[in-house]
Design a protein around this ligand. Sequence first.
Ligand SMILES: NC(=O)c1ccc[n+]([C@@H]2O[C@H](COP(=O)([O-])OP(=O)(O)OC[C@H]3O[C@@H](n4cnc5c(N)ncnc54)[C@H](OP(=O)(O)O)[C@@H]3O)[C@@H](O)[C@H]2O)c1
Length: 271
Amino acid sequence: MSAPKRVGVVGYPVKHSRSPMIFEHWFGRYGIDARYDRIEVKPEDGEAFFATLADSDLAGVNVTMPHKAVAARHAKLDDAGRRLGAINTLWRDGAAMAGTSSDGSGFLKSLDAQAPAWRGRGAALVLGAGGAAVSVADALAAEGVAVRIANRTEAKAKELADLVDGEVVAWDRLPDALAETALLVNATSLGMTGSGPLDIDLSPLPAQATVADLVYYPLETPLLRDARARGFAAVDGLGMLLYQATVGFERWFGMEPAVDDELRRVLLATF
Ligand SMILES: NC(=O)c1ccc[n+]([C@@H]2O[C@H](COP(=O)([O-])OP(=O)(O)OC[C@H]3O[C@@H](n4cnc5c(N)ncnc54)[C@H](OP(=O)(O)O)[C@@H]3O)[C@@H](O)[C@H]2O)c1
C-alpha cells in the first residue's frame, strides 16, 4: 500500500491558516488519500527549506508569509510568478519544483463565478497597493484590463502602477475616478473586522459597474452591502480565497475541485 500523498502550507506563523480545512474538505469529497499539513518554517530557515524541497516527501506546497519571495528563487516560474517574484503554490516538475502565484488567477475565477458580466466593461480601480493589490492588479493587467491604483501611501501606488502599466489616482480624487470605473476592487484591509471602515461614496459609479472586496471577514462588508443596495454586481473575498486553492489541488491531484456553497459553508463555520 502506498503512503498518502503529502502536501501542505509553509509559513511562519502558520497555525491560523485555513488552507487545511479547504483541502481536507476536497479530500473527503473526492475520496483522495492525502495529508495537508501546516508546516512551520522560521524566516531564517526558508532558504534551506525551499532549496531542498524537491528532495523531500512533499508532492507540493502552498506558501504564505514570509516565504513567498524565497520560494520563487527556488522554483521554475510561470509568467505570473516571474512578474511578481513571489509565489504561493509549488508542485513537482521532473526533478525540480515549479511554482506560481495563484492569488491573481483565483481572483479572476471568483469574478467570473460571482459576476460573469464583468469582462469587457472597462477600466478597473484597485484600492490598496499591498501584497493582495499587487496580485490582483497584475492579473487584471495580464487580461488586458486598464488598471488604476489608489493607495493611502501614494509612493506604493506609483510602484504598483509602474508594474502593471497603470495610472495612479490620488486618494482624494476617488469620486472623479469612480465615474470612469467598471470594476472597483477593495484590496486594502479597510472594512475588515478590527480595521477602520472604508469610507467611500459609490454614487458616481456607472450603473453596470462591479464591486469586489478582498476582505472576507465579515463576508458581507459594508462596501458590498452598499454596492448590492445600489444594484451593482458584488463579489466577496471568500471566492478568491477558495479559488486560489484550486490551483494547487489541480497540480497535485490532477483534477479541478468544486468551489460551491457546501465548501463556502465549511469555511464560514471557521470564522
Ligand atoms: N480574499 C483573499 O483571498 C485575500 C487574499 C489576500 C488578502 N486578502 C485581504 O486583502 C486585504 C489586504 O491584504 P494584504 O495582504 O495586501 O495586506 P497589506 O500588504 O498589509 O496591505 C494593506 C493595504 O491596506 C491599506 N491600508 C491599511 N490601513 C489603511 C487605512 N487606515 N487607510 C487607508 N488604507 C489602509 C494599506 O495602505 P498603505 O500602503 O498606505 O499602508 C495597503 O494598501 C486584507 O484585508 C486581507 O485579508 C484577501
